[in-house]
Design a protein. Structure first.
Length: 315
């Protein structure tokens, strides 16, 4: 699907919790597509069992369920929340008329342990999801609206659409690299780059691809968006000069590093500033889990729903 205008499936923010009808709330009056992208993330600060902290990026994503229901989740890497006992989120609020208010935010100390996260059904996939219904409830109780935007499956290109991509596409990575962020306005940092391997090809046989973009500590969990604001040329040769295109391609989970011995090493994108030795040099190459793997969480939700239904029947 080509995005030429704001797509309600992506740019609308839904606050209804699991088990309730989908219902949009007031959105900011005017936003550029690039502004909408930076509102899809939150900085994650995890307190770990050993007393240390890890940082990463969380992506707001909503999973559709039957009967027009949705589950809203915060997506990140498993290694970001491993051994966590709680996490800190800072979410800006929005005024009643839909305007952003960066000076008004709610700091949330969420008592979410690692076991509270829903893990990807494939143990080899470094993705985890946290239901955010309790977070939304806190905003409701405070009488305030959260200023974030949820992505959705509508933003993920299918196989046919991915097949129209070229080997080299423009991408942006939204996140909090090396702890750098706009703490005054509570906003992430955007890094630009290109696809380093073809996004339609499974790198090394895995459902992943590489991007040439600077990703450091704190980039774990960062969404990678294909971003063509001034048009693009499809693989079949069709020119789209009067259209823009924004698609969710994947989630950063690892980086390639060059060691003092000249070796290229792939390792999980670090979550602690002091985790990697200074003798290892970043190559500005990041490993990205394809966004289509987010859809595989559906199997977990179906299993959870079946257990809930069975429990209700026994009661």
């Amino acid at each position: 699907m080509t995005t030429t205008k704001r797509s309600p499936a992506w740019f609308m923010c839904f606050r209804k919790r699991y088990g309730e009808k989908l219902e949009p709330v007031m959105m900011p009056k005017v936003l550029h597509q690039s502004e909408e992208m930076i509102l899809t993330t939150a900085r994650i600060e995890c307190s770990l069992a050993d007393g240390s902290q890890s940082t990463g990026t969380g992506l707001f994503f909503q999973f559709p369920r039957p009967n027009d229901l949705v589950i809203q989740m915060l997506i990140t890497n498993k290694h970001v929340i491993e051994d966590s006992v709680s996490l800190m989120l800072r979410i800006n609020t929005r005024t009643a008329d839909g305007e952003s208010d960066p000076k008004d935010r709610i700091e949330l100390n969420v008592d979410a342990k690692a076991k509270d996260w829903v893990l990807h059904p494939d143990a080899s996939v470094d993705l985890a999801a946290l239901p955010i219904a309790p977070i939304l409830s806190l905003f409701d109780k405070a009488g305030r609206q959260p200023n974030f935007i949820t992505t959705s499956p509508a933003m993920i290109p299918n196989a046919d659409e991915t097949g129209e991509f070229g080997a080299i596409e423009n991408v942006v990575v939204v996140g909090y690299p090396i702890g750098l962020w706009d703490s005054t306005n509570n906003l992430p940092i955007v890094r630009s780059g290109i696809t380093a391997t073809h996004p339609a090809v499974d790198f090394l046989g895995r459902q992943e691809f590489l991007v040439d973009a600077a990703c450091f500590v704190g980039s774990s969990g960062s969404p990678v968006f294909l971003y063509n604001p001034h048009g693009w040329l499809s693989r079949s040769g069709v020119r789209h000069l009067d259209q823009s295109q924004v698609r969710l391609l994947g989630i950063v989970y690892a980086v390639a590093r060059h060691t003092e011995k000249g070796e290229i090493r792939m390792e999980k994108a670090p979550t602690k500033i002091n985790l990697v030795a200074e003798t290892e040099v970043p190559t500005n190459t990041a490993y990205v889990i394809k966004a289509s793997r987010l859809l595989e969480f559906d199997a977990v939700f179906r299993e959870m729903e079946a257990k809930i239904a069975a429990s209700s029947e026994r009661a």
